[in-house]
Design a protein. Structure first.
Length: 118
């Protein structure tokens, strides 16, 4: 799994910020596709922040202790064929991921991710 974060990379000729996406590999994540019952809620689909949520990912404590928050990041499921350097194809993290404290397992943060294609 790769987490992509947006960093300011200078300014364009109009003085506006230019952003670059930096990819970091995160080993040991648990990825679970959501089933139809979890995706459909009420009259519509689970679409917080305009993202059609399709996966729930658990991140390991060893990584989340030192990592910056995941809000606004993107995720590439490398072992499922996604390119960790393609920010356009990566899944978007929806909202603010949930941290479980205290947590008896090796994974303490869960995030919902999906596409925002329209």
């Amino acid at each position: 799994m790769a987490v992509l974060r947006r960093d300011a990379g200078g300014e364009d000729e109009m003085g506006e910020p230019v952003y670059r996406w930096q990819s970091v590999t995160v080993p040991g994540c648990l990825v679970r596709p959501l089933d139809g019952g979890e995706v459909e809620r009420g009259e519509g689909l689970l679409r917080p922040d305009g993202v059609l949520v399709s996966y729930r990912i658990a991140f390991p404590k060893a990584w989340t202790r030192t990592a910056e928050p995941l809000r606004g990041c993107r995720v590439a499921l490398v072992e499922r064929g996604m390119d960790p350097d393609d920010e356009h194809a990566a899944l978007r993290v929806s909202g603010a991921p949930d941290r479980t404290i205290p947590c008896p397992t090796l994974w303490d943060v869960t995030a919902e991710v999906g596409r925002a294609d329209g």
